[in-house]
Design a protein around this ligand. Structure first.
Ligand code: SAH
Length: 245
């Protein structure tokens, strides 16, 4: 609370609050935020530890330099708990949501994981520290290519990036112990349930464009058990059983 006042002004006394991020960026006026990236990073991880008490997941996130996964212009916001724009009109997810989704997969380190929606490659990088192998697919060629280069530059060797302009997932290497879908779908696609191993877990945002519920689906002996983890908002999943592009 005290830190909030120092960094951002006091809302109760009408202290100077920065304008909302999007307004500020649209106006072209550079934001003057006094704290360094390191200070903001420390504050973010302290908040994440309170919100998602899963030390393995938080430590995996600490190993990934999020500032490398966002466009240059947004680097100063890399450790704010916000989704940020990446290329091609897509977004890198909010750290809190990344932590929640990753924790929900309950990975032990031996799994093969499928991610739908590579985007920047950030989520895949986090998963690389928690699973044996990560297969990630992206429908936009430029994003897939960029993410692949970045993951290689960071020395991450257990992530496989595939450009998938059509279809859904990567059935060639199914079944997966865990599936994470980082784009919103109007329903749970059967094509993905078919790629999930018995006993496996899938997290997927399901609902209309404006907002979805984050669902955790546990494949118990071919019988999907669903838990709702709460509201979220993702860019659309473009696929035969989801939205049309
Ligand atoms: N996980 C990403 C964020 C992804 S944003 C990160 O950490 O940065 C969602 C991504 O899903 C977008 O890049 C979008 O192009 C991609 N996408 C949408 N539909 C898809 C599909 N059917 N197959 C693969 N990728 C898809």
């Amino acid at each position: 609370m005290q830190r909030w006042r120092i960094l951002y002004g006091d809302p109760d006394t009408g202290g100077e609050l920065p304008p909302p991020l999007e307004d500020a960026l649209a106006s072209g006026v550079p934001l003057q935020r006094p704290s360094s990236l390191a200070v903001r990073r420390a504050a973010l991880f302290a908040a994440l530890r309170r919100a998602v008490p899963n030390e393995r997941v938080i430590q995996a996130m600490e190993r990934v330099p999020r500032e490398r996964f966002v466009p240059e212009a947004y680097r100063q916001f890399a450790y704010d708990d916000e989704a940020l724009p990446i290329a091609e009109g897509q977004t890198i997810s909010q750290p809190h949501i990344v932590a929640m989704m990753t924790a929900a997969l309950d990975l032990r380190g031996t799994e093969k994981v499928l991610e739908i929606g590579t985007g920047s490659g950030y989520q895949a990088a986090v998963l690389s520290h928690l699973a044996a192998r990560v297969v990630t697919v992206e429908r936009i060629a430029g994003l897939a290519q960029h993410a692949q280069g970045l993951l290689a530059a960071l020395g991450i060797a257990n992530v496989e990036v595939h450009h998938t302009p059509a279809g859904l997932g990567w059935p060639q290497e199914a079944p997966y112990d865990a599936i994470i879908v980082t784009a919103g779908s109007p329903r749970v696609p059967q094509a993905l349930l078919r790629q999930l191993a018995p006993g496996g877990r899938m997290v997927i945002p399901v609902g209309p464009h404006g907002g979805q519920d984050l669902l955790l689906i546990h494949n118990q002996d071919g019988n999907p058990i669903t838990r709702n983890l709460g509201p979220c908002r993702f860019v659309p999943l473009i696929a035969p059983e989801a939205w049309s592009g």
